[in-house]
Ligand binder design. Structure first.
Ligand code: HEM
Length: 409
């Protein structure tokens, strides 16, 4: 008898392709299908491997045979190939390999140690309380624009030494820059993102010039001093590239940790009740939000040499794109992974990456989210979602809500 084994239908979710609204809203079933049937899957349209299993992703991130030479990446869209080259004039640590990465990371690290972040706790609490006092005077508010966005953007602006009052301008630049990487490769969006990058770079260049003349007690002033002492420790273009990176990464992600967290808690009344009943669960709550609905969904590496991984043959310069949300919901890493459970024992996740590029701002992001959620539910235990649908915005790589309308009493 002639038997054929039917191949399971795998609908690929490739972040480089246009992603339908419904899938953007809930990508997890499609990611689970990929993970269970082809955990390291070649995407012909995206010209890259898609990695959806926890152990494989974790070992790729910790292995120096995979690196960051993204200029070698054969991106399927020629406009994007040009944009990638343009977007990295100078170097930021997110795009560097050792030894340059090690040299610069050690310079910027000092501003984000647990000790430094601990000293900010009181100030972050004041910011959160000030915003809540305004929000709670009204019946209905957008939690994203009135609360979740303002905390991280204010803190990162102060740490860097740029006026937090320019935050709407940072938001506009950041939005355009990150949308350039959205799937589908729309030429207008790519063009807009290049213009926005130029705007942000000129702004921070002017800030750097100002700090040379009158330094302050902030990270840009510290880096300006290091650069003036020795161009070998930090070049001018590296200084600017890292200021750009830290300003964008410092708020574009944490707004979504607070937003996705509030949304998932309000959608799960039993979990919200557990947190209200036992506020000591807050640290585990933040870890579970990171695992369950991660703000950064895509991390990429390029193979430096040929190798086998997960039974798949990888060639030099192949791109491997790790789909973080799929890996965090791998049942081999976390039992019952589609359940949002703030009492989970040590949820395993790679939401801050792993290895040498492990997120510089992880301690800051955790602290901001912990304080924001604690103060929010302490001040408004009856907080509810209103009837406006909460829509996840693009790009897929940065998962967050456009707005989150809540009823505050
Ligand atoms: C919830 C919030 C955040 C998430 C989910 C997040 C996620 C990540 C991830 C996944 C990486 C690794 C990327 C890779 O391996 O290619 C990373 C790196 C990085 N993050 Fe974050 N991040 C967050 C907040 C922040 C904050 C507040 C800052 C502010 C300083 C920051 C600055 C950076 C920098 C500079 C890197 C590059 C580190 C390196 O390459 O050595 N991030 N982040």
């Amino acid at each position: 008898m002639n038997t054929t084994i039917a191949k399971p239908e795998i609908e690929i979710l490739d972040p480089l392709m246009r992603i339908p609204e419904g899938v953007l809203g809930n990508p997890y079933p499609r990611l689970a299908n990929m993970r269970e049937h082809a955990p390291i899957l070649w995407s012909p349209e995206g010209n890259q491997w898609l990695v959806t299993r926890f152990d494989e992703a974790n070992s790729i991130l910790r292995n120096n045979k995979f690196g960051k030479r993204l200029d070698k990446w054969r991106h399927p869209n020629f406009l994007m190939r040009g944009a990638i080259k343009y977007m990295r004039p100078g170097q930021n640590i997110l795009l560097q390999d050792p030894p340059d990465h090690t040299r610069i990371r050690s310079l910027v690290n000092t501003a984000f140690t647990p000790k430094v972040i601990h000293q900010l706790e009181e100030h972050i609490t004041e910011i959160a309380d000030g915003l809540l006092a305004k929000m709670l005077r009204k019946n209905s508010s957008d939690l994203i624009s009135e609360f979740a966005f303002i905390i991280p953007v204010t803190v990162i602006a102060e740490l860097l030494g740029v006026p937090a009052s320019d935050r709407e301008q940072f938001k506009a630049w950041s939005r355009k820059i990150t949308m350039g990487a959205a799937g589908g490769g729309c030429p207008m969006r790519i063009f807009d993102s290049i213009l926005a990058m130029q705007g942000l770079r000129s702004y921070l260049s002017a800030t750097i010039d100002r700090k040379k003349k009158s330094p302050g007690n902030d990270l840009i002033s510290t880096l300006v001093e290091i650069q003036a002492e020795s161009n070998d420790r930090l070049s001018k273009s590296e200084l600017l590239a890292n200021a750009v990176l830290i300003l964008i990464a410092g708020h574009e992600t944490t707004v979504n940790l607070i937003g996705n967290g509030t949304y998932n808690l309000l959608k799960s009344p039993d979990q919200k009740k557990a947190l209200l009943h036992n506020p000591d669960l807050i640290n585990g709550t933040v870890e579970e939000i990171l695992r369950y609905d991660p703000p950064v969904q895509v991390v990429r590496r390029l193979a430096n040499e040929p190798m086998e991984i997960g039974g798949v043959h990888i060639k030099p310069d192949d791109a491997l794109t790790i789909l973080v949300g799929a890996c965090n919901r791998d049942p081999r890493a976390n039992p019952d992974p589609d359940r949002f459970d703030i009492t989970r024992e040590k949820p395993k996740h790679i939401s801050f990456g792993a290895g040498i590029h492990y997120c510089l701002g992880a301690e800051l992001a955790r602290t901001e989210a912990r304080i924001a959620l604690h103060q929010l539910f302490d001040a408004a235990p009856d907080l509810r979602l209103d009837d406006t649908p909460a829509l996840y915005k693009g790009p897929f790589a940065l998962r967050g809500l456009q707005q989150l309308m809540v009823t505050t009493r």
